[in-house]
Design a protein around this ligand. Sequence first.
Ligand SMILES: Cc1ncc(COP(=O)(O)O)c(C=O)c1O
Length: 453
Amino acid sequence: MSESADLDLRYLWHPFTQMREWTAPLAIVEGEGAVLRDEEGREYLDGNSSIWTNLHGHRRPEIDRAIKDQLGRIAHSSFLGLTNDVAPRLARELIEWLGFEGKVFFSDDGSTAVEAGLKMIHQARMQRGETERRVFVSLAQGYHGDTIGAMSAGHSALFHRAYKSLLFETREVMSPFCYRCPYNRAKPERGQDARLTRECNWECAALLDEALDSLGDSASAFVLEPRVQGAGAMAMHPGGYLQRAAASCRERGVWLMLDEVLTGFGRTGGMFAFQKEDVLPDVIALAKGLSGGYLPLAATVASLEIFDAFLGDFAELKTFFHGHSYSGNALGCAASLASLGLFKTEHTIPHIQAKAQTLAGLAARFWDHPNVGDVRLEGMVCAVEIVRDFDTRESFPYAARTGHRICEAARKRGLLTRPIGDVLLLMPPYCATDRQLEQMTEALWEALCEALI
Ligand SMILES: Cc1ncc(COP(=O)(O)O)c(C=O)c1O
């Protein structure tokens, strides 16, 4: 066993990991493009972009250089009472890409971006005298991170089981995820996109209206991951739901908070998922791809209406009393500026759209396996749902760990990816070549056939 593995086993505790079975850690020590390398020099394809963070590949010279240049000046200085010369430029870039007027609040991770957004909304409501508006509405199977507020807005029976008594109450509404939606009686055929089997899932939108109406003036904001609910097993929504939901919120004075931690920065084929539906959020949470997948950096962008609620005399105590030591971190902001620069110089969005078509073409083969219940695609997100029985869509028992076993088999074939339950994921960095996409799908296919003959 290598020294890293040995030290890891002795001293570390890993996220979302049953440590009792953590016996043979794989240490990644190098990377380039879509390839990761372990201590023995073995190569793996980064099939989930290092937990959905990496965009342009590892060791992109432009991003590496930006970080080194910044390091040659300063790594970090406080953002409390001071600014620096990179965060303001990044904030301007973000506002331009987002296309709406707002203010950018920096933090470190997806959870902190969401947490800050929830607190901003709540405090703004109180300071505007809308003290009844306290209830957040959010989607079933939504996942927004692991801090208390983010968990409260999320609805994961598995992840949140132990913390129920610590969470504040939010109103859960049905997700417009066609595949599992009880209203979707027209069962998709093999090979068919579940979203296309219905004109649109208006029942879910109507249920949101009902929830908002029943809450009346106590509804504060509707929080959701637009179009793709990531940790909710890549639940993909039919086009039009977001627009309809946004209109429902607007009509009722309810704010729209979008969590684009996963969907942002090209992942779903457009720069941001919300832009596909021409809506304007009041708050948006960004992280993961914000720094190109290099450094922990997150941003919460709030509308001027919300920002203005915090302005006042010092003694009025309207300040947003929230912040993090590494807010506006110069290295992260420099990486992010370089990553956003690549979107322009390399025309990343049209490139992703072409890549996504290649990925979709390759992924079609998964339908040939009898245990594949659904193949979901949006941009550079490909999710393959494994079922015990196609006709009933019955799942394998949780303890069988089917998805995990398939991903273990894929690892032996040089592909690293992590399932969500029995949903297999391919979310490659955008730099992945067509050949690498082929290798990824081939490895996952062979792994699936090995695990489920
Ligand atoms: C949609 C979404 N929101 C929030 C988070 C939490 O982000 P982080 O893990 O950076 O705290 C995640 C993480 O997977 C996510 O997918």
